[in-house]
Design a protein around this ligand. Structure first.
Ligand code: KIV
Ligand code: NA
Length: 275
């Protein structure tokens, strides 16, 4: 299997080969993703919800991201590893932003970082790219702006947000981003943006015409059934399989059918004679 790099992204835009990205937050899952041929892993700040049980991504810290990213990097050897910059780690000045991005590389062992926003983060993206850290941009529905937006909603449904998306897409390309995630953008608009840009677009809820796709792995493996977003397809039903496994284990211990002889260690039982 070939190791993916930012060049893989560049080449895919030229050849039209679709790019794949999946979130991942830990070592053992990273080892499994590594065998799949998926091009890139995103340590998303969605880990705030999927791994830590927060309501949104705003409580996630740089230390959380470093902790999870380094675990992923130990498990995945082929995909390009991209780590999200969490809330408030790239909005307090250029120097802070470059230093924080740098820690995700030097301590989190990611190959690239991702951050949310368009025109307003243009200078930040450029400075991080100038520091030789590849940046993936993220526009459209940007969850770190939930309070500023007043909720989560599809972007690009009215004249103002359509214009904003075109401006944002141009800005991140000009700033030197190697790719851009389009989250919850109408398919027709995502198609136009994809045609306009020379860098690959990676869609999530942005239709089939993006240059690639990204999904949260618990969503696409069917690990949480309480809420399935419109843009998710469940490629497996691992949640059910896990619950069944836990139940079977519980039952087997309770009824004495586990463990059996084959799970035991033996010894010279004469050692126990006068005990
Ligand atoms: O945090 C995340 O998982 C993401 C993807 C949904 C793109 O940013
Ligand atoms: Na994210």
């Amino acid at each position: 299997m070939k190791k993916a790099t930012v060049r893989t992204f560049k080449e895919a835009k030229e050849t039209g080969e679709k790019l794949t990205m999946i979130t991942c937050y830990d070592y053992s899952t990273a080892k499994l993703v590594d065998k799949s041929g998926i091009d890139s892993i995103l340590i998303g700040d969605s880990l705030g919800m999927t791994m830590l049980g927060y309501e949104d991504t705003l409580s996630v810290t740089l230390e959380d991201m470093i902790h999870h990213s380094s675990a992923v990097a130990r498990g995945a050897k082929h995909p390009l590893i991209i780590c999200d910059m969490p809330f408030l780690t790239y909005s307090t000045g250029i120097r802070d932003s470059v230093m924080n991005a740098g820690r995700l590389i030097s301590e989190g062992h990611a190959h690239a970082v991702k951050l949310e926003g368009g025109t307003e983060v243009k200078d930040v993206i450029k400075a991080i790219v100038d520091a030789k850290i590849p940046v993936c941009a993220h526009i459209g529905l940007t969850p770190q702006s939930v309070n500023a937006f007043g909720g989560f909603r599809v972007q690009g449904k009215d004249e103002a947000t359509v214009a904003k998306l075109f401006a944002d897409a141009k800005a991140v390309e000009e700033a030197g981003a190697f790719a851009v995630v389009l989250e919850c953008v109408p398919a027709a608009l995502a198609k136009k943006l994809t045609e306009m840009l020379s860098i690959p677009t990676i869609g999530i809820g942005a239709g089939v015409d993006c240059d690639g796709q990204v999904l949260v792995y618990q969503d696409m493996l069917g690990m949480f059934d309480d809420f399935v977003p419109k843009f998710v397809h469940q490629f497996a039903h691992i949640g059910e399989a896990m619950v069944q496994g836990f139940k079977d284990y519980n039952d087997a211990v309770k009824d004495g059918s586990f463990p059996t002889k084959e799970h035991e260690f033996t010894m010279d039982e004469r050692l126990l004679e006068d005990k």
